[in-house]
Ligand binder design. Structure first.
Ligand code: NDP
Length: 288
């Protein structure tokens, strides 16, 4: 039997519709949510992501600014701009598009974002809060995956979740969020021996590696939920995930496509975090 395909595009529209009203209420109260996106250098993929984020922001009623810096800009220059944005009352969320050029220390740049404006959830304070099970701003990609599981009523508690990949932006926070919801977690990396033995035990399999079609049907438990975070550009220009969709969909219970799966949810959760940040900042101002 073929798996249910999780429609990330439709779900993203549904979540955006839910949050649009919150953005409108804030605007009526005199506080339009504002997002500043910082991009350094001319990575073509990053430029597309940044433009998409700005467009999606406008559509939901978030004011957005893009701050572009040349490849040879200094770290201090970028940090100085972040400090200004930290103090700007029209901006409630700030994100730095990664990766930064090699002469940047990403952690130092992210650390300069005010905690309450860290819409990507990458500041060490927010990472620590996530570890402590007290999430402030959940990182957008795993947040989007959790929203997908919730919307499709896929049980997490007591399930065995296997996360392939341990990056700070996807794999690690994903594992922590699934753990928080009561799953038993296995994290696999490039050093894992017998990867297929682990993946084949997963009730929920999340793959965030960056290798096209690496997860094949024989690596998946029948009926499992398979979430494909990977985005890979094939030589013919098409996009592909880390999961071999055609074969795995005949074995899984639920599966996400690429494109149209996790990607649209990631941007959506960034918008949600920005609106949430504005709501919190409004609540603080009301108390003053
Ligand atoms: P990273 O390159 O930072 O991390 C990749 C991870 O995969 C590493 O932890 C690495 O292990 C692990 N890995 C590599 N090879 C293997 C292997 N053979 N078996 C098991 N694990 C392996 O990537 P990201 O986490 O940033 O992104 C992963 C993918 O997700 C990319 O395709 C990216 O484009 C996509 N992505 C999609 C998003 C979306 O919105 N849909 C958002 C963000 C990313 P080790 O640590 O040992 O090297």
């Amino acid at each position: 039997m073929s798996a249910t395909v999780i429609d990330g595009k439709a779900l993203a529209q549904e979540v955006r519709a839910e949050w649009k009203g919150r953005a409108e209420r804030l605007k009526k109260a005199g506080m339009q949510p504002g997002l500043a996106v910082i991009i350094v250098g001319s990575n073509p993929a990053s430029s597309i992501y940044v433009r998409n984020k700005a467009r999606a922001s406008r559509e939901i009623g978030i004011y957005s600014e893009i701050h572009e810096f040349g490849e040879n800009s200094s770290q201090e220059e970028v940090i100085q701009r972040i400090r200004e944005l930290n103090g700007n009352p029209a901006i409630h969320g700030i994100l730095v598009q990664l990766p930064l050029p090699p002469h940047f220390e990403s952690t130092r740049v992210i650390e300069s974002i005010a905690i309450e404006k860290d819409a990507d959830g990458f500041h060490l304070y927010n990472v620590g809060a996530l570890v402590a099970g007290n999430t402030v701003f959940p990182p957008c990609t795993p947040y989007g995956v959790m929203k997908m599981l919730e919307k499709y009523a896929i049980k997490v508690e007591g399930q065995h979740a296997v996360v392939v990949g341990r990056s700070n932006i996807v794999g690690k926070p994903m594992a922590l969020m699934l753990l928080q919801k009561g799953a038993t977690i296995t994290i696999c990396t490039s050093r894992t021996r017998e990867l297929a033995e682990h993946t084949a035990r997963a009730d929920i399999l999340v793959v965030a590696v960056g290798k096209p079609h690496m997860i094949t049907a024989n690596m998946v438990k029948p009926g499992a939920t398979v979430i494909d975070v990977g985005i890979n550009r094939l030589p013919d220009g098409r996009l592909a995930g880390d999961v071999d969709f055609e074969s795995v969909k005949e074995r899984a219970g639920y599966i996400t496509p690429v494109p149209g799966g996790v990607g649209p949810m990631t941007i959506t959760m960034l918008l949600c975090n920005t609106i949430e940040a504005a709501e919190r900042q409004q609540a603080v101002r009301t108390q003053l």
